[in-house]
Design a protein around this ligand. Sequence first.
Ligand code: ADQ
Length: 457
Amino acid sequence: MGRLIAISNRTAVDPKARAGGLAVAVWESLKATGGVWFGWSGDITENEHRVLHGHYDDGVEFLLTDLTQEEHDGYYLNYANRVIWPVFHYRIDLAWFNRDAFTTYAAVNQRFARQIAPRLQDGDIVWVHDYHFMLMADALRHAGWAGPTGFFLHIPFPAPEVFRALPEHHWIARALCAYDVIGFQAERDRYNFVQYLIDDCGAEDLGDGHVKVFDRTTTVKAYPIGIDAEGFHAAAHSELADEAAERIGRFLGGREFVIGVDRMDYSKGLPERFEAVGRLFDNFPDTRGKVSVTQITPPSRSKVEEYQELRVELDQLAGRINGDYGDLDWIPLRYLARSYQREELAGLFRIARVGLVTPLRDGMNLVCKEFVMAQDEEDPGVLILSEFAGAAEQLQAALIVNPHDTDNVAEAIHAALNMSLEERQNRWRRLEKVIREQDIGWWREQFLKDLSPGGVN
Ligand code: ADQ
């Protein structure tokens, strides 16, 4: 059985970072195979040699490297976060196209590969995560590694027209095809990528997930990422969950509770969601004074200008809605710019009547799956889900909305608040079944089965 070698920008070297589903899934495979996790240490240094720092934990080796200021700015801040992230989320208008940033991005992929390749052994299986390392397989091949190498993209892959806006699209597509398995979150992402390969690179879709292109055959499939379904269900019944539910219960005073939980990011559709809440109170007077919406949104990448602007916009929108509708004893829209522990979120989800998950684009979106798993099966809340989240392909039993259509979202909230118990239970059972069956363990197994027919634990 081969060792699993994971490569990602950030690792779970900090035990606190191992609480999330993905980190747990990768961590468990690494432990089972005595594997290695390569990534950025999170530190910036000007040390020329940028050696790998090793840490051992429970049989897993972490090999971390610092970035120089120039690498950090070009590879991470500019190319990954200001070019790939916006373009892949269909926000070409927000992209800061910059040839130097791509040069640094490619150089960091190559530098990591040169440091990693000599440490790989025959029988190892390399699993690279996310958009920071799209060139890694190609770079590893140049550095002498010939073994199985797979890639999973956590964010959407855009339509060919949008992908072509990236000046380096051909280079990136060719480098991606050096992977043996390319995994996407959803069928629509797979379709976009394969269509681009057919149109621009003369690829042939051989069916069954195999694509012939650049003189080799690559596996290209959708592997929808799941959550630790049972673990999240248990978290919703923990002591911390009970405390959080009780605290918010005191504030609600018997009103219906609608919740949204997202990182602060323009892809999550937060201004549109706030507008929809305003439309709810505009269009449905019966909800005034009866419904409390809470949006929990920890700031992310707060140094990037677009994120600072988003923060200001959300503050203004929440202020306006509360100014228009709030009363002495009622705050219609509460907006908390901070993070909470997993158990606390699970407790809040458990008592919410409606979960609002309305990104404009999302690779998968795990919050909607967590919301479902936290529900009480006797009296479940209703999930409202954007058609543009990867999860919508699996979770058709949710109320599916177009997040741009704020009247439509307001109607869905109103329908959810008035839905019969029977319909709520019916929808919830269908959602829960998929989320339990296609959980994080299933996702890992599907991917590793294709990457390593011989098997990895
Ligand atoms: P993200 O864009 O970060 O992930 P998501 O899938 O929703 O989005 O996961 C966010 C995680 O952070 C969830 O587990 C959630 O509970 C947690 N979280 C959010 N707000 C929080 C808060 N205020 N306090 C504490 N925790 C909070 C990227 C892609 C997604 C893809 C995932 C996994 O953008 O599309 O689903 O990777 O592949």
